[in-house]
Write a protein of this length. Structure first.
Length: 317
């Protein structure tokens, strides 16, 4: 997530996830190319297994067992990334003398946009973990399940550390958003209908940032918006869906403005068009990885701000 008042915000999670996913994809593909020799027997085996295992398209039939080399390497990458994040956060905002574990009620903080960010961050982390598990030849079911657990575990670790911080505290609201985000990601396997709903983020520097009142993009909450995109082609009745462009979603968005640091400010609600990166006509593992990751970003498209002041926006972002 990136850091607001020294706390990681979802833009930072997105940047970290892209870096980790890029590294794990390149590394896993190199391992696969090095360790896999394609011959006629394996091609025949692949064809037969594809027919027998049509329910799980993400299995690579040439690797019917867990690839522990890839799993171990990606685990080391994740662990290293986690340690790096911990050291940064330890220095930035856990270095103060700890106090007994305590709770804090921060529902009003930043007009609760941080809670939406926690939900989004959990879904993004689950996406990163799932990609690694699938690269190691875990089944789709196990990838969804374990990635959700791992995302929640990481988020809860941060929340528990907050509970000992004199300036923070364990936030039940943050923890609930973390749980719901991880549960949503895992539930998409058991309830495929949920794949028609996609959390996204967009960012445009706020006036405070442009005026120098906020010194870092990562602290600019007023420039961040969170979107829930709906795949309308799948949700509309068939007669209407036939006329709906498959690359076009509808999305509802939430942002904030005029934050005063103590819970005051404006909540902003939007509805707009959204681009579905899954429909980019590029295929193969690499491009699928790119499209999946891009779908966590809302791109500029026309929309309407519903409140506090209704307005048409040529680019709702």
């Amino acid at each position: 997530m990136i850091f607001l008042n020294k706390k990681m915000t979802p833009i930072g999670y997105y940047i970290l996830t892209v870096i980790v996913l890029s590294s794990q994809f390149i590394y896993s593909q190199n391992l696969i190319l090095t360790n896999t020799t394609i011959n006629s027997e394996k091609i025949n085996l692949k064809q037969s297994l594809l027919m027998a295992d049509s329910e799980d398209n993400n299995y690579d039939p040439l690797r019917t067992e867990i690839d522990y080399t890839i799993l171990g390497s990606l685990s080391a990458l994740y662990l290293g990334s986690g340690i790096g994040m911990h050291l940064y956060q330890q220095k930035a905002w856990w270095s103060d003398q700890k106090v007994p574990f305590h709770f804090t009620n921060d529902w009003a903080y930043a007009r609760s946009i941080d809670k939406v960010g926690h939900f989004y961050g959990a879904t993004l982390l689950a996406h990163a973990f799932s990609a690694g598990l699938e690269a190691a030849n875990f089944s789709t079911k196990d990838s969804y399940l374990y990635s959700g657990i791992a995302a929640l575990a990481f988020q809860m670790y941060v929340e528990i550390e907050d509970g000992f911080g004199p300036k923070w505290g364990f936030s039940p609201g943050d923890a609930a958003a973390d749980f719901l985000g991880a549960a949503f990601s895992t539930s998409q396997y058991y309830f495929p209908y949920l794949k028609n709903f996609q959390m996204k983020i967009s960012y445009l520097p706020s006036q405070k940032f442009r005026n120098g009142e906020t010194f870092s993009v990562i602290d600019d909450y007023e420039g961040q918006k969170y979107w829930l995109a709906f795949r309308m082609e799948e949700l509309l009745p068939e007669t209407a869906a036939n006329f709906w462009p498959d690359f076009l979603n509808l999305a509802v968005g939430y942002g904030v403005d005029k934050l005063d640091g103590v819970g005051g400010g404006d909540s902003e609600f939007y509805i707009g068009l959204d681009f579905d990166a899954e429909q980019i006509p590029l295929h193969g593992k690499f491009w699928q990885f790119i499209k999946n990751t891009l779908n966590y970003v809302h791109f500029p498209l026309p929309g309407i701000r519903i409140s506090p002041d209704a307005a048409f926006l040529a680019f709702a972002f």
